[in-house]
Design a protein around this ligand. Structure first.
Ligand code: EPU
Length: 305
């Protein structure tokens, strides 16, 4: 082990682990180990981790709630960083709210609803963290929570902290563009609207009801594919007859065809093979090429499109 990692391991104690299992950190609960897994509690620790990774050209990824992510069976040959509770603060001044990247999306939503602030209702029923939700512009329907973001506080690749106004960012469908390469989201600021509690609760109920048609419980990672412009991917896959189809321990949900469930003994390869089968079938039958919404990471950190 290089000296810098040994020093970091001494400083972080059990919060820096080697050959660390990743499966318990994702909602699919599949995949191999990470070469290193770190849980920094403050910006200084995070800066040291990023500096060591950069010095040694070790790929790193930020892990949020792991609820939209598939690791390879070979794991990830790099550094996985999961921000600790020190990055999960929530604070507000009037209708401006700042949330730490590690805060649970559900906690942020509850915090805003308790203060009669509307604008984040699309987070209702979503697992995951604020950092992950912002990076993937998560939400209900095509519009994501990016609409409410006013600025992001990030650490840039060289370790410097910076605030990026929303005007420099583009929140597209389940995607955030405009972040400098290698930038790590630390906090997001949202501009919300004071609204009567009954209105907010009615909107939440509406969104929860829409999600009623999705499989609850079970090991899944939400929608696997993005919706093509003209049709819901779930409907398309359903119409192509894929509900209930399996590869090994992976199965297309009977409740919503854009969900894949991992059952006993499922591997990442099973899920990937099922994804390929669905894609090929939909392309052959309907001429539409489905794009992944799920983030699929290869062992070297490469993202599968
Ligand atoms: N449908 C079927 N069969 C299915 C699934 C859906 O016929 O197996 C039909 C439904 O009956 C409905 C239509 O397709 O008429 C649309 O379905 P739904 O309302 O479930 O919405 P969706 O387009 O499939 C989108 C988001 C979800 C989000 C829901 C509700 C994407 C890819 N999906 O799903 O997001 O929860 O709207 O707001 O954008 C996610 O991001 O992981 C996710 C699940």
């Amino acid at each position: 082990m290089k000296d810098s990692w040994r020093r970091l391991a001494e400083r972080l104690g059990g919060r820096l682990a080697f050959q660390a299992p990743l499966r318990e950190l994702t909602s699919f609960r599949v995949g191999g180990p990470a070469r290193m897994l770190a849980r920094p509690e403050d910006v200084g620790e995070l800066q040291e981790l990023l500096a060591s990774a950069r010095r040694e050209r070790l790929p790193f990824i930020m892990l949020g709630g792991g609820s939209n992510l598939l690791f390879d069976d070979a794991g990830f040959d790099g550094l996985v960083i999961k921000l600790g509770a020190g990055f999960a603060g929530l604070e507000g001044a009037g209708s401006l709210v700042r949330a730490g990247a590690a805060a649970a999306s559900a906690d942020l939503l509850a915090w805003t609803v308790a203060r009669d602030l509307g604008g984040l209702e699309g987070l209702a029923g979503l697992p995951g963290t604020v950092g992950g939700a912002v990076a993937g512009n998560a939400g209900a329907g095509p519009e994501g929570l990016g609409r409410a973001v006013t600025r992001l506080f990030v650490l840039e690749g060289d370790g410097r902290a910076r605030s990026i106004p929303a005007a420099d960012l583009n929140f597209a469908y389940r995607r955030l563009e405009g972040l400098p390469e290698r930038a790590v989201i630390l906090e997001a600021e949202f501009a919300l609207t004071s609204r009567p509690a009954v209105e907010i609760r009615a909107r939440l109920a509406e969104i929860r009801e829409r999600r009623g048609g999705q499989p609850l419980g079970g090991r899944s990672a939400g929608c696997v594919f993005k919706n093509p412009p003209s049709i819901s991917a779930g409907r398309l896959i359903d119409e192509c007859g894929f509900k209930g189809q399996r590869v090994g321990g992976a199965r297309v949900s009977e409740v919503h065809a854009n969900f894949i469930l991992a059952e006993n003994g499922a591997t990442a390869s099973d899920i990937l093979a099922l994804i390929d089968r669905v894609r090929q079938g939909v392309l052959a039958r309907r001429g539409l090429a489905l794009e992944l919404e799920l983030k699929v990471l290869g062992p070297g950190g490469e993202v599968r499109a």
